[in-house]
Design a protein around this ligand. Structure first.
Ligand code: URA
Length: 301
């Protein structure tokens, strides 16, 4: 293991400690870490990757209902193993390769922050979002901005498109019909909304809920990047094409991209359909469930 691997492993251990609520970690010069420590670090990294036991999920009945809603319409979905799903290529041709956004191999651009530091950063950042007036056709139309919601040390971030009417009214992401479906998906994954961070590519509602333009995604991207750099999730779920355009900078359809992991800085990215699309296309639920099972296998759930 070279020095950067050692540092990465230690950073992961530190993040896992933070997830367990431990915010202090002694400083250990990476170059002096003995081999036995490295072995222990990699074991610890693996064994603490899922600090909350599955039984912590409070409502088993709610979860089974959510699973049946996703899988019942899709009996074959239950049969698809995570390994099969991971190996799926969806007909991605060599010429379809994602354009490199130059971020795939980059580490996170911020050091690991304590929960207090993360909160301070988010307070500043959400103030900047509230004051942003870059998108002239949106700014006079929005009631308020929607920054995002969730814990400051999530393993998974779900990223949508832009606030709709309900989100514009409440200031919270995914609280309307699509949000209720997202909650069911999260519940079916043995997670709760309190355990994941939810954000959008755009922080303001576009007029008549129209699809965000690339220029608007560009305007908001640095907010999204700063949020992710602060949170350092292990996984980012891109819900729909706009999230993909923001994070992976690809215009390829979801059907082509889903079924495998991509890299965005220190996180692995899963691409799947947006819940609003599922409300209109019931048959796509089985694919989302396959994608979530692929992710659950990696989460250890
Ligand atoms: N759709 C989104 O993409 N985000 C929301 O917050 C709500 C609906």
């Amino acid at each position: 293991m070279d020095r950067s691997n050692v540092e990465n492993a230690l950073v992961q251990v530190l993040e896992n400690f933070q997830r367990c609520g431990i915010t202090r970690f002694g400083s250990l010069p990476a170059g002096e870490v003995p081999a036995e420590t490295l072995a222990a670090v990699s074991q610890l990294t693996t064994t603490t990757a899922n600090p909350k036991p599955a039984s912590a999920s409070p409502n088993v009945a709610r979860r089974s209902a959510a699973v049946s809603e996703l899988a019942a319409t899709t009996p074959e979905a239950a049969a698809v193993s995570a390994t099969q799903a991971t190996g799926a290529t969806n007909g991605l041709r060599a010429s379809d390769r994602l354009p490199s956004n130059g971020l795939g191999a980059e580490p996170w651009s911020l050091p690991v922050l304590s929960l207090e530091q993360r909160q301070t950063r988010f307070d500043e950042l959400s103030g900047q979002v509230r004051n942003c007036r870059l998108c002239s056709s949106i700014v006079s139309y929005r009631q308020q901005t929607v920054f995002g919601a969730g814990p400051l040390n999530p393993r998974v971030c779900f990223m949508g498109e832009a606030p709709g009417a309900d989100e514009d009214r409440t200031g919270l992401p995914f609280v309307g019909k699509a949000g209720q479906l997202l909650t069911k998906i999260i519940t079916a994954m043995q997670l709760s909304r309190d355990e994941v961070y939810i954000l959008n590519a755009l922080k303001c509602r576009p007029p008549q809920n129209r699809t965000p333009m690339n220029e608007e995604i560009d305007h908001c991207r640095h907010f999204v990047e700063s949020q992710l750099d602060t949170l350092r999730p292990e996984f980012i779920v891109c819900l729909g094409a706009v999230a993909v355009r923001c994070i992976l900078r690809s215009e390829l359809p979801i059907g082509r991209l889903r079924g495998q992991f991509y890299q965005y800085r220190g996180a692995r990215v899963v691409v799947t359909y947006h819940p609003s699309y599922l409300l209109r296309n019931e048959s796509a639920k089985k694919h989302v469930w396959e994608d979530m099972k692929m992710l659950m296998a990696e989460l250890g759930s």
